[in-house]
Write a protein that binds this ligand. Structure first.
Ligand SMILES: Nc1ncnc2c1ncn2[C@@H]1O[C@H](COP(=O)(O)OP(=O)(O)OP(=O)(O)O)[C@@H](O)[C@H]1O
Ligand SMILES: [Mg+2]
Length: 494
């Protein structure tokens, strides 16, 4: 059974609500009937015209045969009542025959005063035939016709004077029969065409619609995805497209459900982590009291790191959403910030990784210090992790951070001599959860860094990533200064 899509004709409930006249099937039925009728009318008119000429020709033939007979019996001496009977049978007023220069009026009754139309059936063109037929049907009935012409192979010309009443009556009967037949044919054709269109198009369209409605009711139910069958036409292609869209949508929905669950889990972990960090903060505060110089050296760093961690967790909780808080920007001394990043990384001296802070002492950038710290620590941590995994001890492992100002834009370069980004990470660059190519990695670091830089109106890009050289560049423009506010501040007395 190939076509399951066509096989499901059950109408969706909404279909019943479409008014009868507005349904596609009704429109198709009416349109087909009208088209067939128009075609029939186009055939009908010439066929009536043709009928008229044939009718007249037949009369002329009969008159000719009669005339030949009458010539043979010396017609002139025929009694008047016989002449009238012959004429009556012909439905004519007079019959004449012309041969060479000789013209004989064979039978004469009371001649009508005038002849209204002269017709030579064998010599009438199609347009004149149609015009004559319409004329007879609409205005005829009490006119006199003169029908003339050669008959068969004879060299005589025959002529018939007759009223058009009989002709008109025969034409009307013929027209009525043809019209009736046309109507029957048009309805039979319409029904056949309708049946075919209904089967080929409308039912599949309804099935497609039904599949959409059923899917919309429960988009997470895999059994509701349409089975497109193997139709090769446009509807088959549409059904396959729909299958693709529904599958994709279901995948996205599943991914989102996963994200929702993850978000909830993160909030819970975050909540409890904040409490644990708060206790660690208390303990580290006491460390500062210890007079030991080595403790005095690292205690402030520990306290600061814990403060930062508590601030993050609180931030996430208070916002309660995946989006970062908008940056609160100030002038930041970048060199100091990078020093703090270095401290946080805690690079093992035995790992042989050099950290080079190449930023000018005076370099300032306009940014949210905490967020910039997170951006740089994510980029640096990735670089350190990549270089630590590189087992070749002969290569130099160096992480360099430099910065320059280009007009109102601060451009920071994070460069390492590690192995470069693996293809998976490059293909999913900055996409949350998708780019991790490291065991134990979540694939969030670069996505977070990217989001934070974008929130500053800046860009983060991977400039280079080959074995031995990986370069990330981030450009952050200064905040635009509102001219009015700046002027106002200048005018204000200090
Ligand atoms: N400097 C780099 N050199 C080599 N590979 C890198 C570099 N930076 C990132 N990568 C690759 O990109 C991947 C994604 O990095 P990202 O920071 O987003 O996630 P992660 O480090 O795997 O996990 P986490 O969320 O814990 O940071 C990494 O797994 C790593 O393979
Ligand atoms: Mg990372």
């Amino acid at each position: 059974m190939p076509d399951r899509m066509i096989e499901s004709p059950a109408l969706p409930p909404a279909y019943a609500r479409i008014p009868w006249l507005k349904r596609l099937s009704t429109k198709m039925l009416i349109l087909t009937a009208i088209s067939v009728l128009v075609a029939e009318v186009l055939i009908f008119i010439p066929s009536v015209a043709n009928f008229r000429l044939r009718w007249l020709e037949e009369r002329l033939n009969t008159a000719a045969a009669t005339a030949v007979l009458l010539i043979g019996t010396d017609s002139v001496s025929l009694p008047r009542n016989v002449q009238d009977d012959v004429l009556k049978a012909l439905g004519a007023k007079a019959v004449a025959v012309r041969s060479g220069g000789d013209s004989r009026l064979l039978v004469v009754s009371e001649m009508p005063p005038q002849v209204d139309e002269h017709v030579e059936p064998s010599a009438v063109g199609p347009f004149r035939a149609i015009a004559g037929a319409l004329d007879t049907m609409v205005y005829g009935g009490d006119r006199t016709l003169r029908v003339f012409g050669m008959v068969g192979d004879s060299d005589k010309e025959f002529e018939l004077i007759m009223p058009d009443q009989g002709l008109r009556k025969a034409m009307l009967v013929y027209a009525r029969n043809v019209a009736l037949l046309s109507l029957i044919i048009s309805f039979i054709t319409a029904a056949l065409v309708f049946g075919a269109i209904n089967h080929i198009m409308i039912r599949p369209v309804l099935a497609l619609r039904g599949a959409m409605v059923r899917f919309a009711e429960a988009p997470d139910d895999p059994s509701r995805i349409i089975h497109p069958g193997n139709r090769a036409d446009e509807l088959g292609a549409a059904a396959r497209e729909l299958e693709g869209v529904q599958t994709q949508l279901q995948r996205t929905l599943a991914g989102q459900a996963h994200l929702v669950n993850l978000g909830l889990a993160v909030s819970k972990i975050n909540h409890d982590l904040r409490n644990i960090l708060a206790s660690a903060q208390l303990i580290s505060d006491r460390l500062r009291m210890v007079k030991d110089p080595s403790v005095q050296a690292f205690a402030p760093k520990l306290v600061r790191t814990l403060d930062r961690a508590v601030a993050y967790t609180e931030n996430v909780l208070s916002y309660g959403r995946a989006q970062e808080a908008p940056p609160s920007r100030r002038k930041v001394r970048l060199r100091q910030l990078v020093e703090e990043v270095e401290g946080l990384l805690g690079i093992d001296p035995a790992a042989g990784i050099e950290f080079e802070n190449a930023i000018d002492h005076a370099f300032e950038m306009d940014a949210d210090a905490e967020q910039m710290f997170r951006v740089l620590s994510n980029l640096c941590r990735n670089a350190v992790q990549a270089m630590s995994g590189d087992s070749d001890s002969s290569v130099v492992r160096r992480l360099t951070i430099s910065a320059e100002r280009q007009g109102s834009v601060s451009r920071i370069i994070v460069m390492d001599t590690g192995p470069g980004l693996p293809p998976k990470a490059r293909d999913n660059l900055f996409a949350a959860f998708r780019g991790s190519a490291r065991s134990g990695g979540t694939g969030l670091g670069l996505a977070i860094a990217h989001e934070l830089v974008r929130a500053h109106g800046g860009t983060l890009e991977l400039v280079e990533s080959a074995g031995g050289r990986t370069v990330f560049a981030l450009s952050v423009p200064d905040q635009p200064v509102l001219l009015e506010e700046a002027r106002h501040a200048l005018r204000r007395p200090a």
